[in-house]
Ligand binder design. Structure first.
Ligand code: MRU
Length: 344
């Protein structure tokens, strides 16, 4: 069975509840955009492209929920819903991308009926396109990987982080589908274990050879020749090639550089933010309880101070290439990223 992370069905949004994985594959159904906002905030759905499409679906629900009879009234309801959805997670730029696209479509329509029809159709189309884009990205990226490579990945940039197929894991899937034999090393990805709960789950589900390591074993595996290449996803990429991704990515990239291991990033064009500079990017800080315990079990003393950033920034000098649906950007990134967008 192919995993479909988020879907529009009978005027409602259906998602896999990722907080329940890997023990239970459970689907939740939402008819209120506030439920979608809560789901994004609480990591029921997570991963940049998946929250981009979920945000779009959330706004589509809002359009159906509103009893507005005039365009202005409906647009102002949607603006307010957009704000609530937008504030759930600040770092992944795909969320703003998804919400802005829906608002643009809403503003262009003339009547309230037209707005409702067009926003639902656009959000559904964005979901379908996400899978196509990931497959194109996978095909492009597969050229960088060889038969018998062992590929490290961090966090979950797979089917579960997108509508389906995945970005970094999409590249791994496409490499395997091109006939090459590959193995994956997945980092556990503390504090909420997207690596062990999600990446290990979905690769095992698809029969891809995967070994799990604690985050602290990245140096060991690289120093002992157990890894040939790294591929990760991204939450935001600046025009300079600065990559924001799950906390710990910077450590993996630094260690890869130390051991001359190519470090690749796979992300759709919707993850690029060509406007911001590094000092503009907000790094989401999450709650202390993610660090002071594992699941329900407390593993740190009461009252301990905690620093829990969800993302870090990997500078362009550590990145060997950025894989997109429009091709692969190589250093110097200011030029190569510009070219990717020109090709659009
Ligand atoms: O906090 P999360 O689980 O939303 O973080 C996800 C990541 O950092 C992913 O690597 C990123 O969103 C890319 S997903 C294709």
């Amino acid at each position: 069975m192919v995993l479909r992370t988020v879907e529009w069905k009978d005027n409602s949004v259906v998602m896999i509840d990722q907080t329940k994985l890997p023990n239970t594959l459970e689907y939740v159904t939402y008819t209120d955009y506030n439920q979608v906002a809560d789901a994004i905030r609480n990591l029921v759905v997570r991963g940049a492209p998946a929250i981009g499409v979920s945000g779009a679906f959330g706004l589509a629900l809002a359009a159906l929920q509103s009893d507005a009879t005039e365009k202005d009234e409906l647009i102002s309801f949607l603006e307010n819903s957009k704000k609530i959805l937008f504030e759930t997670r600040p770092t992944a730029v795909n969320l703003a991308w998804g919400l802005n696209k829906i608002m643009q479509v809403a503003n262009q329509a003339i009547t309230v009926d037209e707005i409702r029809t067009n926003v639902v159709e656009t959000a559904k189309k964005m979901a379908e396109e996400d899978i196509q884009i990931n497959m194109a990205m996978g095909k492009n990226g597969s050229e960088l990987f060889d038969d018998n490579d062992t590929i490290m990945t961090h966090c979950n940039a797979g089917a579960l982080a997108t509508v389906g197929y995945g970005t970094a894991l999409g590249v791994i899937r496409a490499t395997k589908d091109s006939g090459k034999n590959v193995k994956v090393i997945a980092t556990e990805t503390r504090p909420v274990q997207q690596g062990s709960r999600l990446t290990a789950f979905e690769l095992k589900h698809d029969g891809i050879n995967v070994s799990l390591i604690p985050d602290t074993a990245v140096g060991y595996t690289m120093a002992n020749g157990l890894v040939n290449k790294v591929v990760v996803g991204a939450d935001r990429i600046l025009r300079t090639g600065h990559v924001y991704n799950k906390i710990g990515t910077y450590q993996v990239a630094t260690m890869a550089k130390q051991h001359n291991i190519p470090f690749y990033v796979a992300a759709p064009l919707s993850t690029f933010d060509l406007e911001s500079r590094p000092e503009d990017v907000i790094i989401e800080q999450r709650k202390a309880s993610e660090v002071t315990g594992i699941g329900d079990k407390r593993t740190a003393p009461d009252g301990i101070d905690v620093i829990n950033p969800a993302f870090d920034m990997t500078p362009p000098g550590l990145i060997s290439g950025i894989i997109t649906e429009n091709g692969i950007a190589k250093p110097p990134y200011e030029e190569s990223i510009k070219k990717l967008f020109k090709a659009n």
